[in-house]
Design a binder for this molecule. Structure first.
Ligand code: 6R9
Length: 668
């Protein structure tokens, strides 16, 4: 891989300065000087951010390492509650009647207008959260430290349940509503959750997806679950079993003015656990806390998004992923913003749905994804030009590297050359944005596709294999050098697996946080993250471990072995392709291919569907039996094979190559 994103060279020397942002423009040197001071005193610099929030009791110490190595506590002894910060704090002020969420359902009428729009003021939201918290506490007996799972689509009840759980100190995990029963079960079991919130269904791409049925399938595999609470989104009859209860039933006799005192959470106590894919084993449950996490979100909402009271903010992610947790739910609410919640897909009913939303509500801040942008680019500019997007003033993308031409499209076509456009780098682990342009603080020149500089207090670098900084323009591994608030939290970073936490993030370079990403630092010090350096894919921005799809494949009765790799894709950024060895007695056929594709759809979810699935008789392996995915990837991307001395059977590479060549021919 050279210095490119999706085949486009990185424009290290192209600098774009926005005259309309003259009040914030600074030179690289000015920012770097400011930044240097902030990292020299990183504890103090984060402390000054934390002071802008509200705490029930102040902290005794800004930061300390715990007895568990590489697990750091922030604002030790301070107490707060993120539900309080998101709601109560605003309800006490003029923001009480400000709109917190504008929710739009997917279905539209003949005129293309949304059939359902619901608006919640901060007061409405606070009321609802209190009622749900009240029911959770008095009717479901939930208390601080209990664990629940939330398998809800993009409807207002999702943030409401998250905030209600947070209020009680109940630890929650949100499971993306595109996941299958197996995915639910593995997360619920790891967390030992006793209860699941779900919905009867959701509208997606004009169809109905029945979520409750998927939860029902998972229940055979989840002995810890005692109750299932069902939100009625579709409105019809819902089949209820013994364990099930409708949320509306549960709330029926809860007074409209029910109030639940927010639990005083020590800053480092757990807010949620979010599962994300790694290279081996089951998904990792990343722990995030109340105080440090809220501090990072507050800082980034100000610096990265320049959030102001008159903004209308639209993040197009799904709350099921970390971007939605941080930048649809907690971040914007902590700032008291008005934001959009949209249920459906970007092209329903037409590929201008996002733009119609921007126009309808006068969106000023847009946070979106490179895959979304590339998808919409294909439909041409007319869909954008049809709408008045003149309100947009800040635009950022997230989830994967943005190729320069997608950046230009966002900048020119969507932002009309007036709004700063950035690519914010961060991960589930970091809790919030770490490397980004900072129009809300000071704006260095933009370069199409770069992530820019690390945030104040964040020290990032790009290292070679032996831990030395690489030269400007050379590719290396991205590391973070200081702890930060919002980082994987106490007690163990990864839920129940401190050892894995240390091994995954702190062992390649002891004392430094290893992100698992390739990056380049240019001569101005800008960082360009170019993709994953490990066996993790970013498919349409969704993080998927190759091993996860391999284990789904080998769980099929006919499959003996499987190897999955990610290859570049012009729209999705990256897509899986799979090589499968069948068990003796099974023949490769179109039917078998289809059966395996369905198997993945049903056991992992549609987001994991490979672009191609090949049958081979053997996989390239080392003599010790490890599948050489690197080799397979080289074949599939037409790059040099590199060192193949450890390869056991050279013929296996030919076979992989032949399969791939035939595929390429077939799609040409
Ligand atoms: C927020 C999120 C994390 C991985 C990360 C990296 C990739 C995210 C990026 C980016 C280049 C950006 N990534 N943002 N790469 N530029 N602006 O996506 O979290 O799902 O945990 O994924 O996504 O590879 O390591 P998560």
């Amino acid at each position: 891989m050279s210095n490119e994103i999706l085949g486009e060279a990185l424009p290290f020397d192209e600098k774009i300065v926005l005259k309309s942002w003259a009040h914030r423009n600074v030179s690289e040197q000015e920012y770097l000087e400011y930044h240097r001071k902030s990292v020299e005193n990183f504890k103090e610099s984060w402390e000054s951010v934390a002071k802008e929030l509200e705490w029930f009791t102040p902290w005794e110490k800004v930061m300390e390492e715990t007895q568990n190595k590489n697990v750091y506590k922030w604002f030790v002894g301070g107490t707060t509650n993120i539900s309080y910060l998101s709601l109560d704090r605003h309800v006490k002020t003029w923001r009480r009647h400000k709109v917190a969420y504008i929710w739009e359902g997917e279905p539209v009428d003949d005129q293309g207008r949304p059939k359902e729009v619901r608006k919640y003021t901060y007061y409405d939201l606070w009321r609802e959260v209190n009622r749900v918290a009240y029911a959770m506490k008095t009717k479901l007996g939930l208390k601080k430290g209990d664990r629940i799972a939330i398998y809800l689509p993009m409807i207002p009840e999702l943030p409401i349940v998250m905030l209600a759980a947070a209020r009680l100190g109940v630890i929650f995990t949100v499971i993306f509503s595109g996941f299958t029963a197996e995915n639910i079960a593995s997360r619920v079991n790891d967390l030992n959750a006793t209860l699941i919130f779900t919905a009867d269904g959701v509208y997606r791409r004009g169809k109905i997806l029945k979520l409750k049925e998927i939860v029902d399938q998972s229940l055979n595999l989840t002995p810890s679950v005692k109750r299932v609470i069902v939100v009625r989104r579709l409105g019809g009859e819902v089949q209820l079993g013994q364990r099930d209860v409708l949320l509306e039933e549960l709330l029926r006799d809860v007074p409209s003015n029910a109030y639940v005192e927010p639990e005083r959470m020590e800053s480092n106590e757990t807010l949620y656990v979010l599962y994300t894919s790694g290279t081996t084993g089951k998904p990792k449950g990343m722990i995030h806390d109340h105080g440090g996490y809220a501090t990072l979100l507050h800082a980034t909402m100000k610096w990265v998004f320049d959030a102001r009271d008159d903004d209308v903010y639209f993040c197009t992610a799904d709350i099921g992923w970390v971007t939605g947790h941080s930048y649809i739910v907690f971040g914007p609410l902590i700032e008291g913003l008005t934001s959009i919640l949209y249920e459906g897909t970007l092209d329903t009913p037409a590929p201008d749905r996002w733009w119609s939303i921007v126009e309808r509500y006068g969106v000023t801040i847009l946070y979106t994804s490179p895959t979304g942008v590339r998808t919409l680019m294909k439909f041409g500019e007319d869909y954008v030009k049809k709408h008045d997007l003149s309100t947009l003033r800040v635009i950022h993308s997230v989830g994967e590297p943005i190729n320069p031409s997608a950046w230009r499209w966002l900048f020119q076509v969507v932002g009309n050359g007036r709004a700063p456009v950035g690519s914010t780098w961060w991960m589930t682990e970091t809790g919030g944005i770490m490397i980004s342009h900072l129009p809300g603080l000071m704006l260095v020149p933009m370069k199409p596709g770069t992530n820019g500089y690390p945030l104040p207090g964040v020290e990032a670098d790009v290292l070679d294999e032996s831990g030395n900084p690489v030269r400007p323009g050379e590719r290396g591994y991205l590391v973070l050098k200081n702890p930060w608030p919002g980082m994987p939290a106490a007690p163990t970073g990864i839920w129940g697996d401190h050892e894995r936490y240390v091994k995954t993030y702190w062992s390649k370079y002891p004392g430094l946080f290893y992100a698992g990403d390739y990056a380049v630092k240019d001569k101005d010090g800008y960082i360009w993250v170019a993709g994953r350096a490990d066996e993790v894919m970013k498919v349409s921005g969704h993080r998927i471990g190759t091993y996860e799809l391999e284990s789904v494949l080998v769980s099929h009765r006919a499959v003996s072995e499987a190897a999955v790799i990610g290859v570049p894709d012009q729209v999705k950024g990256e897509v899986p392709i799979a090589y499968v060895v069948l068990k003796v007695g099974n023949q490769p056929s179109e039917e078998m291919r289809k059966e395996l594709m369905d198997w993945i759809r049903n056991n992992y979810g549609p987001i994991g569907l490979p672009k191609a699935l090949f049958f081979v008789t053997k996989l390239p392996k080392t003599r010790s039996g490890k599948i050489m995915r690197r080799l397979i990837r080289s074949v599939a991307t037409n790059s040099p094979l590199g060192d193949i001395t450890s390869l056991e059977d050279v013929g296996s590479v030919d076979e992989v190559k032949q399969a791939y060549d035939e595929f390429v021919k077939s799609i040409k």
